[in-house]
Design a protein around this ligand. Structure first.
Ligand code: UDP
Length: 331
């Protein structure tokens, strides 16, 4: 199949791109390289990078409908992942984040309307659409509980609006758009300065620094290993019928403090070590755990990699990235 992947050079995108190439597909990688790195993409005869200029220095912004037109409409699948997901990064430019969620998704959905019988879309939505959840764990039937004027609103509402757009486009233009609600995911390929919890803790522990826990660390997250997530995305995209929004994530819930201790254990062989407590960012969700009954029963998908196994696979990557950074060869 011919597949367009937006956000292909990002954390999830690079893994998905490699998986699609391994599966024998032809992939067009679209990224504005604002957080992703072209070096994350493999040199492969079936991979084309969409460039925004002749000198191959600028990527393509997913909001740019004209650049998208130039790629043509011959896509069987579009995985629409483009959007920064790290809170400190997406909060640096909330206008761009919101526009990427709404306008970028509109551009992709509109593109799919050219060949509605052929082009199937997968929207990378997020657990963030639940906001501060009122039910635990969170099933797909749970309504959004987002602060519309808070620090996270640009991302959360961008994703919520993207879902609403997908539903509206499906109804009006008979396209097929799958909605993946992606929960916290980690693994090799994250940037050293990504700013999210697993990368921060790994980098800090490997450097022998105190781990920065925001708030008292009693808030919870459920961390999915990246390979499991990629399997889930492909399973949802290729399911014979559209099952509506599907949570993808690992239901193994931990407090942030417990996560800090596990990372320290995997790096230093013991759980205790210095921690600095820093203020909890605004609207930081108290609990986050996906109810994955739907993914299990409909897609037959379930994450296989435990938190500990995921950390065991991730820490050597960060060790190597830090070594590259120390040698000045980091990307
Ligand atoms: N967090 C933390 N220390 C860090 C980075 C994050 O305690 O150095 C906390 C953050 O406040 C949140 C959780 O870890 O409660 C997950 O944060 P992340 O940025 O990874 O993603 P989120 O799920 O909040 O979007």
């Amino acid at each position: 199949m011919r597949i367009l992947c937006t956000g292909a050079a990002g954390f999830l995108g690079q893994h998905l791109t490699r998986r699609l190439l391994d599966d024998g597909h032809e992939v067009v990688a679209l990224d504005d390289f604002s957080t992703g790195r072209v070096e994350h993409l493999p040199a492969h005869p079936r991979l084309t990078v969409a460039w925004g200029d002749d000198t191959h220095t600028q990527g393509v912004d997913v909001r740019d409908a004209i650049a998208l037109q130039k790629l043509g409409h011959d896509f069987d699948r579009i995985y629409h992942l483009a959007c920064p997901a790290s809170p400190p990064i997406y909060q640096r430019d909330p206008v761009r984040t919101l526009e990427t969620g709404v306008w970028g998704t509109r551009t992709i959905l509109y593109h799919a309307t050219w060949k509605p019988g052929r082009t199937r879309v997968l929207l990378a939505s997020s657990s963030e659409i639940y906001g501060e959840p009122q039910t635990h764990p969170q099933p797909e039937t749970l309504w959004s509980h987002v602060n519309t004027v808070g620090e996270r609103s640009s991302y959360d509402l961008g994703k919520a609006a993207a879902e609403a757009l997908a539903i509206a486009y499906m109804k009006k233009y008979q396209i097929d758009c799958r909605i993946a609600r992606i929960h916290n995911t980690a693994g090799p390929g994250m940037n050293l300065r990504d700013g999210r919890v697993v990368s921060n803790f790994c980098v800090q522990a490997l450097q022998g620094m105190p781990l920065t826990v925001y708030g008292d660390g009693s808030q919870t997250r459920s961390i999915c290993y990246v390979d499991d997530m990629v399997n889930g995305l492909v399973a949802l995209m290729e399911h014979p019928t559209n099952p509506g929004p599907v949570n993808l994530g690992n239901p193994e819930e931990v407090t942030v403090l417990a996560l800090a201790r596990r990372v320290r254990y995997h790096v230093a062989g013991r759980e205790d070590g210095p921690i600095v407590f820093q203020p909890l960012p605004g609207d930081d969700p108290t609990r986050r755990c996906p109810d994955i009954t739907k993914a299990r029963t409909v897609l037959g998908w379930t994450p296989k990699i435990t938190l500990d196994e995921g950390l065991t696979r991730t820490i050597p990557y960060f060790r190597e990235e830090l070594a590259k950074w120390a040698r000045g060869t980091s990307t």
